[in-house]
Design a protein around this ligand. Sequence first.
Ligand code: BEZ
Length: 208
Amino acid sequence: MSVRLGDTAPNFTADTTQGNINFHEWIGNSWVFFFSHPADFTPVCTTEMGRTSQLAEEFASRNVKPIGLSTDSVDEHNKWISDVNDTQNTELKFPIIADKSLEVSQLYDMIHPNEDSTHAVRSVFIIDPDKKVRLTLTYPMNVGRNFDEILRVIDALQLADAKTVATPADWTPGGEVIIPLSVSDEDAARKYPNGFETIRPYLRTTKL
Ligand code: BEZ
């Protein structure tokens, strides 16, 4: 089953390094960075786990809970976490799902058989507190994810929700934003205190 933008993130129960969880209950009122990786004790995955852990405060300040997944067991995850902590100079505190049965991987379409028939690819799902899927990304086995981009897109989504704006190519926090087409010029004049520039009737920008 594929999971698409705007879908309710499929619920599941699973064993993790922090006990059995019901995913929706675990999400609670947080945003979620849900990411899969092919296997424990592999080099690229080790750096990704380390980076996620090092960014714990960045995730927490955005009300985002990270959760990992691979098709290895809780025992293997726990042994590997010691290695991640040693080699990446961190203390990993988020849960990792043990999906030996591939149940969750299949639910989220993380197994891409032409890439690998038993291991999950590097999927990312950003899920909001309403349990809606807001971003999906899929990386291949041999390319580590860019965590600046993960944080950037979370910032963009949260800003879009809070201020009714869209973000242009290569936007970073503090940069100019776009006024959505659904907002009339009249409403824009009221809504955006710094005014706005009309480059084309369909392309209006403002500073927040
Ligand atoms: C890695 O994390 O380095 C990796 C995992 C599976 C296949 C290839 C590389």
